[in-house]
Design a protein around this ligand. Structure first.
Ligand code: MRU
Length: 362
C-alpha cells in the first residue's frame, strides 16, 4: 500500500495524523478550514507542500455542496480571501501555502468580477484549483526525483552507487506523494543506484527519526538513522557522496530556508567537499525576496524542545529558543537546486525558472 499523508475525494478530506506516527497510523477527518488550520498549526500534517495542499483542500471541502461563504459571488470571494489569509499565516516560513493563496485569491477575484458569476461558480473555481494542485504536486515530485537522480549520478562510474544523507522529512508524508529530497532518494533506489541513506533524527521535533525512518523502512530502502550531532562524523567516515534536503522557501539569490540544522549540515558538507543539493518544487520558490535575510523564521513552542512525548527532559526554568527553520546561504548549495523545471545553480535559479516556465526544459 502507498503511504498517503492525505486522502481526498470531492467533499471529503482525511489526513494521516503525523503526531501519532510511527506508533499508530490514524486518519483524521478535516471538515473545513478551521480543522485544516488546526492540523497545520499542531503539526498533525507538516512539510511545505502538504501544508499548502491540506490548507487548500480544507477550503475546498468546506465550500463543497452547500452555501458556505455566502449567497453571492462577491461574498464568497471575500470569505475565500479571508480563509486563504488565515491559512497562509499559520506557518509563515513555508512558501507553498502563500503561493497557493495568491493563485487562488487572484482566480477567485477574477471569477467574482465576471458577468454572470454566482456563489457556486466562485466555489467551483476554488475546488477545481485545489484538486489540480494535488495532482500537480505528485507529478512535480516524480520529475524532481528523476532530474535529481540523473544529476547526482553524473560522473559516477556505470554500475556505481551513491550514499546520500538527508535531513527532516521530505517524503510522501510531506507532499501529495513520492516526495522531494526523498523523491530523489526513491528514484536513485529504483534505478539501483543507491547504496545507502543516512537520515538525521531532526531534533527537536524528530521528523527524521519518526517519519523519514518510517518511510525508508516502509519502502525497503537501505538506511541508517543518526543523531543530528553525528552528521559531521558521518561525512568524514561513511563515504557520503551527497547531501539532499528539501526547502520551505527558496529566494531569488538561492538562499534556502529549511528545517533547522540544514545550515550546519551545509557548512559540514563544504568542509568535506561533499555536494549539497536542495530539492523543491517551484511552488517553494519566492523570487519576490532578494535574500534569505528577508525570510520570516517561525519559532515553535518551547515544549517541543524541553519535552519528549509529554515528559519534561530539560532542566526546569531554563530559557528556550526554538526556531523551526534556518537559512542556508546560496554559496553552500554546491550541488544545485533541483526543481521540476530543471536543476539550477543558485546563481541561475531566477533566470532558469523564468525561462523554464515559458519553455519547459527536459
Ligand atoms: O516543520 P516541518 O516538519 O513542516 O518542516 C519540514 C521541512 O523543513 C521540509 O524539509 C520542507 O518543508 C520540505 S517538505 C517536502
Amino acid at each position: 500500500m502507498v503511504l498517503e499523508a492525505l486522502r481526498y475525494r470531492r467533499g471529503s478530506l482525511q489526513i494521516l495524523d503525523q503526531l501519532q506516527l510511527p506508533q499508530r497510523s490514524c486518519y483524521q477527518a478535516i471538515r473545513g478550514v478551521r480543522d485544516g488550520q488546526a492540523a497545520i498549526r499542531d503539526m498533525r500534517v507538516r512539510g511545505a507542500p502538504a501544508i499548502a495542499l491540506v490548507g487548500c483542500l480544507s477550503l475546498a471541502v468546506e465550500l463543497h455542496g452547500g452555501t458556505a461563504g455566502g449567497q453571492d459571488a462577491a461574498t464568497v470571494a471575500t470569505f475565500v480571501g479571508k480563509a486563504l489569509q488565515d491559512l497562509a499565516s499559520t506557518r509563515p516560513t513555508a512558501r507553498n501555502m502563500a503561493q497557493a493563496a495568491e493563485k487562488l485569491g487572484a482566480a477567485v477575484t477574477h471569477e467574482a468580477q465576471c458577468p454572470g458569476a454566482t456563489a457556486n461558480s466562485v466555489r467551483e473555481i476554488v475546488i477545481q484549483l485545489a484538486e489540480e494542485m494535488l495532482e500537480k504536486d505528485l507529478q512535480d515530485n516524480r520529475r524532481i526525483g528523476e532530474l535529481g537522480a540523473t544529476c547526482m549520478m553524473r560522473g559516477v562510474a556505470p554500475q556505481g552507487q551513491v550514499t546520500v544523507l538527508t535531513h527532516c522529512n521530505t517524503g510522501a508524508l510531506a507532499t501529495a506523494g513520492y516526495g522531494t529530497a526523498l523523491g530523489v532518494i526513491r528514484a536513485l533506489h529504483a534505478r539501483g543506484c543507491l547504496e545507502h541513506v543516512y537520515c538525521t533524527e531532526t531534533r527537536p521535533y524528530n521528523q527524521g527519526a519518526r517519519l523519514t525512518a518510517y518511510e525508508l523502512v516502509y519502502e525497503g530502502i537501505p538506511a541508517t538513522l543518526i543523531a543530528d550531532s553525528a552528521a559531521a562524523l558521518a561525512l568524514k567516515e561513511k563515504g557520503i557522496s551527497a547531501i539532499v534536503v528539501g526547502a520551505d522557501r527558496v529566494v531569488a539569490n538561492g538562499d534556502t530556508a529549511n528545517k533547522v540544522g540544514t545550515y550546519q549540515l551545509a557548512i559540514a558538507a563544504m568542509h568535506h567537499g561533499v555536494p549539497f543539493y536542495v530539492a523543491a518544487p517551484s511552488t517553494s520558490c519566492d523570487l519576490s525576496l532578494a535574500t534569505g535575510d528577508q525570510i520570516i523564521i517561525e519559532e515553535r513552542p518551547s515544549q517541543e524542545l524541553t519535552d519528549i512525548n509529554g515528559i519534561r527532559i530539560a532542566a526546569p526554568d531554563i530559557g528556550v529558543w526554538n526556531p523551526a527553520f534556518d537559512v542556508t546561504p546560496h554559496d553552500l548549495i554546491t550541488g544545485g537546486i533541483i526543481t521540476e523545471l530543471g536543476v539550477f545553480a543558485p546563481a541561475e535559479l531566477q533566470e532558469g525558472l523564468k525561462q523554464a516556465s515559458i519553455r519547459p526544459c527536459h
